[in-house]
Ligand binder design. Structure first.
Ligand SMILES: *Cc1c(COP(=O)(O)O)cnc(C)c1O
Length: 223
């Protein structure tokens, strides 16, 4: 625990004050999360619905949970009343489901649009084309229980820093384009969620406002 706390403080020291840190606690124990909660940290990220639901019941209620993994529409219902933000919105269908369940729960959920910026095929996310269709649709305009607060992306897992940098730059360009075209009147649209353990310094250089860091704090995950 002492080591986790030390890692956490060291990471915090490398992140400018105007950038938020989401501590990615997937696969980590409730005790490890509690250790950082006791340090004053409140924003944690999880990528599996079951795991999130189980952790929420075991930890203090004032934690802000960020859902960062691929989300299936049939699981939205389980998380709408507990999440602070969903970083992984990659379709209109998913957004409409979040809206529907949020309405039932009497909530308005912060959502980030996830973009496919990496080379790897397996990663989920919107493209320049699909996001335009989504944001121009009349269905999107009718959603009242979601708020689009920014964009999210994951760079290619690579030590080619110029490649990684150019992917982050691409996400920043997408953000600025969307801001101008769709969200110029919306001051809430301001987050660029990018940067993980290996690439967050690059992401910050390229304009990240929110980094999601796990293994640099907790150590390597086995899964
Ligand atoms: C696991 C994960 C992270 C954190 O990864 P680390 O390399 O452990 O910092 C960030 N974002 C997403 C979407 C993840 O799934």
């Amino acid at each position: 625990m002492t080591e986790i706390k030390m890692n956490y403080r060291n990471i915090l020291n490398t992140i400018p004050d105007n950038i938020s840190l989401v501590v990615v606690s997937k696969t980590q124990s409730v005790e490890s999360i509690k250790a950082l909660y006791d340090e004053g940290h409140r924003h944690f990220g999880e990528n599996r619905v079951q795991e999130l639901v189980s952790k929420v019941t075991q930890l203090p209620p004032d934690i802000s949970w960020h859902f960062i993994g691929h989300l299936q529409t049939n699981k939205v219902k389980q998380i709408v009343s507990i999440v602070h933000a969903i970083h992984s919105v990659d379709s209109l269908k998913l957004l409409m489901e979040i809206n529907k369940e949020a309405k039932k729960a009497g909530r308005c959920i912060q959502c980030l649009l996830e973009f496919h910026i990496a080379e790897e095929e397996s990663k989920f996310g919107l493209t320049n084309e699909t996001v335009t269709v989504l944001l121009d649709s009349k269905e999107f305009k009718s959603l009242e229980n979601i708020r689009i607060v920014g964009v999210m992306g994951m760079a290619t897992f690579s030590d080619d820093t110029e490649k990684v940098r150019s992917e982050f730059r691409k996400l920043n360009e997408i953000f600025r384009y969307l801001k101008e075209k769709y969200f110029s009147q919306n001051s809430e649209f301001k987050e660029i969620s990018m940067g993980m353990t290996l690439d967050y310094p690059l992401a910050i250089e390229e304009g990240s406002t929110m980094v999601r860091i796990g293994s640099a704090i907790f150590g390597d995950r086995n899964q």
